[in-house]
Design a protein around this ligand. Sequence first.
Ligand code: UFG
Length: 335
Amino acid sequence: MKILVCGGAGYIGSHLVRELSTQQGYEIIILDNLSKGHIKSIPKGIKFEKADIRDKTALERIFSKHKPDAVMHFCASISVGESVADPLGYYENNVAGTIYLLQVMKKYNVKYFIFSSTAAIFGNPKEVPIPDNARPEPINPYGDTKFVVEKILAWSENAYGLKYICLRYFNACGAHESGDIGEDHDPETHLIPLILQVALGQRESVSIFGDDYETKDGTCVRDYIHVTDLATAHIRALAYLIKENKSQSFNLGSGEGYTVKEVINAARNVTGHPIPDKVEDRRIGDPAILIAGSTRAEQILGWKRKYNTIERYGLQPYSSTFSWFLIGHWDQRGQ
Ligand code: UFG
C-alpha cells in the first residue's frame, strides 16, 4: 500500500515514518512544508514532496503522481497559547488545510484517513481518566480546530464513504532510540524539552505555569506518552481501518498523570542537574488535569505501550549535539 504521510518530517510524523518503514507492505511518501519539520529527519530512500496542505494545486499534483491508498495527517499548528493569540491562523492551517486534503482525497478516490487529534478537544474534562467516549468540549482554539475536523470527518464518512481514525494524543514525549530524531520545535514551548534545555546549559531555569491548581502539588497534571508508542498505535490503527473498514476514535495516553513539579524532579534525578525553576502565572487555556483512559485502543487495536516509566523513557532527550550524551547517561542510570 502507498501511504502519504502529511507532516512526515515533523516530531510525531518522523517517528511514525521510522516505524512504518520497518513494516512489510508499505510504500511511504512524505509531504511536508518544512515550516516545523526537519529535512534531516527524512530517512534515505523515502520519497519526499515539499508542499503545503493549503496549496490545493500542489496536493492534486502529488496525488496524481503517487496515487496513495491512504493518508496519515500529522500537519498542524499545535501550540495552545499561540492558538489563543492567532485563532484565524490556526483555523486556516488546521481546518481549511485539512478540508483541501480531504477534497483532493475524494477526487482521487482515496478512502482511508488517519488523523492526529488531541486530548485538547476535551477541555476541562468532567471525568478523569478521560474515557474514549467523553464529550469533547474544547476550551482553546487549538483544541477546537481538531474537534471541528473530527466533525468534518464524520460528515464526510456519511456523505462520501470516507473511512477514518482519530487518534487523540495526550502529551507526546521522548525521542527515537537511535537519538537522531526527537522533539525539536523552534521556538520550543513544551515542558520536557524546555527542562532538558536547562540541563544542557542552554537556559537558566524552567518556568512553572501556575502552582495554585487543584492538584496534589498545585501544578498541572499531564499524561506523557512516548512518541514511539504513538507511532506503533498509528500502524495498528491503519491495519485495523483497512481490515475492518470501520471509522473510530481512540485516546492515546498512558493512563498515568505527572505534575509539572514531578516531571522536573524526574529530570533532576536522571540528569543530576539541579534544574532551577521559577513559578509564574498560569498559562491561558491550560486545563488542570489531562489523563487518558485508553482502554479502547488496547481492546480494539491490541495496542500496548512499551515505554512505561517517565524516569527511564519519558524524558529521553533529543538535542542535536548533546543527544548522544544524555541518552548514554540515561541508559546507564536506567539499568
Ligand atoms: N508548562 C510549564 N512550563 C513550561 C511549559 C509548560 O509549567 O515552560 C506546563 C503547562 O502549563 C502544562 C504542562 O507543562 O501544564 C505541559 O505543557 P506542554 O506545553 O508541554 O503541553 P500541553 O499540555 O500544553 O499540550 C500538549 C500538546 C498539545 C496537546 C496536549 C494534550 O502540545 O498539542 O499536549 O495533552 F493537545
